[in-house]
Design a protein around this ligand. Sequence first.
Ligand code: MG
Length: 281
Amino acid sequence: MRKLIDDLENIKLAIFDLDGVIYRGETLIPSADKVIQDLKDLLIKVVYNSNNSTATRQMYVDRLKKFDILTEIDDFYTSASISASEITKIKKNANIFVIGEKGIRKELKLKGHKVIEDPPNYNDIDFVIVGLCRNLTYKDLAIAQKCILEGNAQFYATNTDPTLPASRGFLPGAGVMVKAIETCTARKPIKIFGKPSPLGINLILEDTTIPPKKVAIFGDRIETDILAGNRAGIKTIAVLTGVTTKVMINDIKNKVKNLVEFDENLIPDLVINSLDEIFKK
Ligand SMILES: [Mg+2]
């Protein structure tokens, strides 16, 4: 059995971001499957926290199964499932207009909300929730705008990632859709549920009852994964298999402000080139 490096030796829960850490597009990142199995062998609980709201948690179970990583629905905390949990705390059985895909729609319905496609009366809509939508239309934008400006709908967002890592390069992320609604309503989302908000990690901490000191997040994006982790008070490990490079980490450490607005919480506790480095040689 492999041993964890000293920095991580008392970890009881590992939270993994997905895109850029476990896989990139349809491709498994080398050794991710083995690292997860080795953590489980050490009786460390493993959960997954993704900002991508397009897939249902079952779709993530199926996706990881293709890489021989066995999971259960409850192992996933996506910006879709986190949005659904948090919106339910604000209002039960709400009427919601969604700019987004299957994931966010399904998670909201599972919590008892009604997702309304073409509202006959904008006043009936409690919330507009905006996430990544790869079939966005002008009509969607117009309905969301009317629900917010002509009705009383409150505007929320799943996440505002600017880009989405693809098998090759990047695609536009949810932030593009959120900005579109901001632009045509002159409103900002009341809350953004995904990372860098610590809401999702806090839900994980509540559900597992493991103290923050014994929890680590592994993420490839400093301004979401690492910021959220530090805000939640858990250990943060930047993995350089996705969007972040060593140069970017050094720039942040040197407080170069033109990349991202500087915040102490952007600095990870640990930087590794690949997940394999969490084990002693
Ligand atoms: Mg990522």
